[in-house]
Unconditional design. Structure first.
Length: 85
């Protein structure tokens, strides 16, 4: 994985893209700090395919047993106090 300074990456953008396709992700630095990564489209698609959908993410959360669900459903339905505006 090669690192490119921002100036060099801008000047040689086509080379950065070609190397991303041939050799893998290319890191771009700005003032010495890693700032961005250039990926090939194949690598990007591979990463995207592994990411679960938002619904799958929500459904993949912790499972609650029946006792816990009952406790949640029995909580107070108090809506707070009335205030004069």
């Amino acid at each position: 994985m090669r690192k490119w300074q921002m100036q060099e990456a801008k000047a040689k953008f086509a080379d950065v893209v070609r190397q991303a396709a041939a050799e893998g992700p290319q890191i771009v630095t700005y003032r010495g700090a890693d700032t961005a990564v250039v990926l090939s489209i194949d690598e990007y698609r591979r990463l995207e395919a592994k990411r679960p959908s938002f619904v799958d993410h929500l459904l993949g959360g912790p499972k609650l047993d029946d006792e816990t669900v009952d406790l949640i459903n029995q909580r107070s339905s108090d809506m707070g106090r009335d205030i004069d505006l």
